[in-house]
Design a protein around this ligand. Sequence first.
Ligand code: NAP
Ligand code: MG
Length: 735
Amino acid sequence: MADTTTPDIIYTKVDEAPELASASFLPIIQKFAKAAGVSVGTRDISLAGRIIATFPEVLTEDQRQSDDLAALGELVKKPEANVIKLPNISASVPQLVAAIKELQGQGYALPDYPEAPETDADKAIRAKYDTIKGSAVNPVLREGNSDRRAAKAVKAYAQNNPHRMGDWSADSKTRVSSMSGGDFRSNEKSKTLADEATAKIVLIGEDGSETVLKDGLSYPAGTVVDATFMSAKALDAFLTDEIAKTKEEGTLFSLHLKATMMKVSDPIIFGHAVKAFLKPVFDKHGEQLKAAGVNPNSGLGDLMARVEDMPEVKADIEKVIADRAPLYMVDSDKGLTNLHVPSDVIIDASMPALIRAGGKGWGPDGKEHDANCVIPDNSYAPVYDETIKYFKETGKLDPATAGTVQNIGLMAQKAEEYGSHPTTFEIPHNGTVRMVLSDGTVLHEHSVEAGDIWRSASTRKAPIQDWVQLAIDRQKAEGCEAIFWLDETRAHDAELIKYVKPILDTKGVADKFKIMAPREATRASFETIRDGKTSIAVTGNVLRDYLTDLFPILELATSAKMLSIVKLMNGGGLFETGAGGSAPKHVQQLMEQNHLRWDSLGEFCALGESLQFLADARGNEKARVLGKAVDTATQGILDNNRSPSRKVGEPDNRDSHYWFARYWAEALAAQSEDCDLAAHFAPIAQELADKEEAILSELVEAQGKSVDLGGYYHTDPKKTATVMRPSATLNAIIG
Ligand code: NAP
Ligand code: MG
């Protein structure tokens, strides 16, 4: 059970690699913070924790857990909020099902996930599970806009220690393919509401019947409301065409979506790709597959499991896959393809990795090949298309000399597409979708066909204004180029521009900003950083996500080291640790070799910001001293190359925590602003230094053997602590 009083700083309990890292790092934070009278508590937003909190009625008293996500959702609306948010799993259906199974195995009497709910009871269970699915955490916590950039020390380190980049050649066959029409981009309509309004979404059938898809929507005055759809027919035609072209071109077929965050639309698009790729199989065995409960949206992995005892179907699948262009692989050793699980290839991480590698992806033969990067919708695909074209023309980026692209992202209150899941529908039959206001005005209307994916997204006025102001402040602080990545020919962006321009004019800063469509902004930004300069990308919510992986992965090798601050609109602070995810591959390595290659630099950066924010918000000068010393310690980690190695037997995440604690204690002992803190930390620093050899040998000796964490999604805290804190000497100092 979480404590009931709110700690000064909340450190979220999450999943996978960052949660393992916390088992080692959090005790150090708590020990140091206590000396300054700062309490650091946890709140559980892990996938398993959220499942448990959702079904108290079927669990025993001991098993029950408070709904920490809901509590945090309230906290972030208050000025005292100070939350360090680590990356958590955005669960796809296969992950959700696996987590439920694991919990059931641990004695939690949870209901199964109803794949095809028929009864009302099953439908109710499914609705509950659906609130946990996909990106269910970040939209609740992000009550503010986002400021992401590489801290100066991190950028300087990357320039002095440039990572390897794959070469780009002009004749690379790698390219991005997108639909030529019928996609979300081309069907988009957008309007700004003059007054507050309530609305419903209805589907009028060809026979005049009316189905209410959603009722009771309400928007404050000034909200930008969009509606659009992707045509299923156009999508299928596009996919069929690209599957054939990929084969002709001799490249890998790769599909890049965001099935985690876009949890309703993108698994459907993914399912279309699975069906298109295996079309001969679905044509021939459609009935049998249906009877086996196959849902293409869950991927080839789920499909294969369901046809396990159907040799004829299996043989046909293998034959089709052998006939087609080779698939881009998630893990070629294990035969895991791009189409196995909808959440294995996530566009914001996958495209930059492919670009960093010189336009190469892994094929089924375990070798690198050029790829056709299929990104069906055109809204943001031009960013990757232009990046690839630019590198083909100019060659790879040089991280030793490249400047940096910072980001100010519009994110608050579920802005834009990332808040559109409750208003996204797979259309059941032909007709017209109308968005109707309570006074009868038809705000938007589209004529649609069965299978089309229709959605509405909205963006509120206060977040837009806050975002523009944040951009103005950041540009002033940096004094560099700043670009609003907005496309005046796109319906939604045109509405945003109507907000942006007058604010810039009123503040007298219009000359400091450019407004450019994503494709042009991409090229302009690469040209700027190639000259070693800085550019601020002021973007909407999706590009906030994409660009804060793309540029850091090219500039710094990873997005995990980003400073990622959310200035909450009601005054609090949310400090995200980097811009990356929960690195599932790292967990596998830990389990097999007891080596954790997770880099906690994102946590270090966030901790420093959080402490300094606490100092500002509460006038706690001890917290300021502690925070400044964190920055010194982070610098120490970089200067002395104390970040984790990728290889077993070499220093890992736990070693970096030892070094961080030591540098932190040394910085506190050396500072002269607070004598009490200096006196408190001097002996700790001394002991950490004196016992270096013992600690490091205890840490390295632990490596090399497989370990048991008592679970994957719901690990045993005692077992995890034993694995993650193997140095008795260090533990004695930390307590
Ligand atoms: P990812 O977790 O960022 O992993 C991609 C790769 O990035 C990793 O395999 C690893 O590369 C590298 N990486 C990321 N963080 C690292 C760190 N701290 N230290 C060292 N290397 C790091 O992205 P993903 O595979 O797309 O997503 C995995 C899960 O994270 C999904 O469930 C997704 O929903 C979730 N996610 C959450 C957030 C969030 O909560 N803010 C954001 C993004 C994704 P190597 O394997 O080469 O070491
Ligand atoms: Mg991202």
